[in-house]
Design a protein around this ligand. Structure first.
Ligand code: UD1
Ligand code: CA
Length: 490
């Protein structure tokens, strides 16, 4: 008695993916922050195969490196030349054999690497159909309005699957069939191995078709079953950029629906793109045009967007992030960010802190309640709690050779348009005068003034810009001032 737990899942991914017109192998293109192949591996993992084999060919170095990164337990096998899906599966099974691994313990499941919308649930349904009908093979099928390009499922008078016919080899009548082959199957290992050796290349594409195994099994009197996908989008294969965008949109809707059902408000689902590794607590509101990438997390009550992209960020409860681009930043509870704010890696905003309009921050800790409200650059710094960084302040962290750190203490007030030339320290409670260039440390409580004293050159405009609008305006102002003086004296 074999179990329904697969002995192996083989994912076919050796094809070139020519129509992507890309330097990146097709299966490494991403949807929702995970590669196409990664999505298929995720679905395969749900049915807990004892072994997972990925057949690689085109771009094998990149694909193999990717597999060992995302699924180190999986094994890759190289198919030198792409002689067809049957050939690819044969190579995978030969490789398992040569490593002394038996496939007798459970069904062999075959998937393709370019179907990111496939779910583990559908695979479980395929396995259930396979075991309950005691089939030698069970094909995952779908009914499509436009079945063009796919292999068609040919059934006999009793409705049993008789054969799969490739479009290029099909008769006009067979091309009318709406039920198609997804390219995914469960097989009884012994029957599969026997039939694979009987495949020929006697067909329109001169390849060993895995689909021909179905006809061979029927000729031998085996049972062949079919499991029809309720949602045909699950078997959507990505062959070009148009289908990649289609798959991404369907995945986006799926992900957003799941978050909305778990208590997240998404105001405009069509413009909200959440990667698979994102985590969002209930009562978060996501406004239009938001992209959350990588393992970004958002705590309850936070408001994100509009127009915000966060990559691998952590957003605290009740924080508000408007029109912001941020990566590897921590935004504290109740903090306010934006609009038009750029937070670079290593930014940490404390509880209730603020990074306001046209502010760029990198590798800096902004303390609880501290504020950088307008038009500033903060780099390689530490700003203590409750401090205020005046408008247009620049943390001058780079001397052209090396980066240096700036420390601003707690409750300090850095005047507008201050240049803090690092390395420099502003003490707790210290002030700097607006427009200062601060090159020396400022002791706690001191007021630092680092700018030239102002001098006015009287009547410069009338002498140097005679006849100009400025000169006329100045003359008029002086005239008015002197007549006001006279009437006061009168
Ligand atoms: C295949 C099926 C077709 C089905 C369709 C579903 C065959 C003969 N036909 O057709 O019935 O409707 O998938 O998408 O199987 N691959 C290899 N090595 C090869 C050839 C292919 O690894 O030598 C991989 C490809 O990378 C791809 C998958 O197998 O992931 C399917 O190959 P592809 O050439 O796309 O098959 P189709 O012609 O689409
Ligand atoms: Ca295909």
């Amino acid at each position: 008695m074999t179990s329904s737990r697969p002995s192996v899942v083989v994912i076919l991914a050796a094809g070139e993916g020519k129509r992507m017109k890309s330097a990146t192998p097709k299966v490494l293109h991403a949807v929702a922050g995970r590669s196409l192949l990664g999505h298929v591996i995720e679905a395969a993992s749900a049915i807990e195969p004892q072994h997972l084999v990925v057949v690689v060919g085109h771009g094998r170095d990149q694909v193999t490196a990717h597999v060992s990164e995302i699924a180190p337990w999986a094994h890759t096998v190289v198919q030198e030349t792409q002689n067809g899906t049957g050939h690819a599966l044969r190579i995978a099974l030969d490789d398992l054999g040569s490593r002394g691994i038996s496939t007798a313990e459970g069904p062999v499941v075959v998937l393709t690497g370019d179907t990111p919308l496939l779910t583990g649930q559908t695979l479980a349904g395929l396995l259930l159909e396979h075991s309950s009908t005691h089939a030698a093979a069970t094909v995952l099928t779908a009914r499509l309005d436009q079945p063009g390009g796919y292999g068609r499922i040919v059934r006999d008078g009793q409705g049993s699957v008789n054969a799969i016919v490739e479009e290029k080899d099909a008769t006009d009548e067979q091309r009318q069939i709406g039920e198609i082959n997804s390219g995914m199957y469960a097989f009884a290992a012994d029957r599969l191995i026997e039939c694979l050796t009987g495949l020929t290349t006697d067909n329109a594409q001169g390849e060993e078709y895995l689909t021909d195994v179905i006809g061979l099994l029927r000729e031998a009197g085996d049972v062949v079953s079919a499991s029809m996908c309720a949602d045909p989008s699950e078997i959507l294969g990505v062959n070009d950029r148009v289908q990649l965008a289609e798959a991404a949109a369907i995945m986006r809707d799926r992900i957003n629906e799941a978050w909305m059902r778990s208590g997240v408000s998404i105001l405009d689902s069509g413009s909200t793109w959440l990667d698979v590794d994102v985590d969002i607590e209930p009562d978060v509101t996501i406004r239009p045009q938001v992209t959350l990438r990588g393992p970004t997390s958002v705590a309850t009550g936070a408001l994100i967007g509009p127009g915000t992209t966060l990559t691998s960020c952590e957003v605290g409860a009740g924080a508000e992030v408007i029109h912001t681009w941020a990566e590897l930043a921590v935004i504290g509870e109740g903090a306010k960010v934006g609009p038009f704010t750029y937070l670079r890696p290593g930014t940490v905003l404390g509880i209730g802190a603020k990074a306001g309009a046209y502010v760029e921050i990198k590798n800096s800790v902004i303390g609880d309640g501290a504020k950088v409200p307008h038009l500033s650059y903060v780099g390689d710094a530490e700003v203590g709690e409750g401090s205020n960084i005046g408008a247009a302040t620049v943390f001058v962290n780079y001397d052209g050779v090396a980066k240096h750190r700036t420390v601003v203490g707690s409750h300090a007030r850095v005047g507008s348009d201050t240049m803090l030339v690092a390395p420099v320290t502003i003490g707790d409670g210290a002030y700097t005068a607006a427009g200062s260039v601060i090159t020396d440390d400022v002791p706690p409580g001191a007021m630092a003034v680092g700018r030239a004293r102002q001098r006015n050159i009287d009547d410069w405009v009338e002498r140097r810009r005679p006849g100009s609008a400025a000169a006329e305006a100045a003359a008029l102002a002086k005239q008015q001032a002197s007549s006001a003086d006279q009437s006061e004296q009168a």
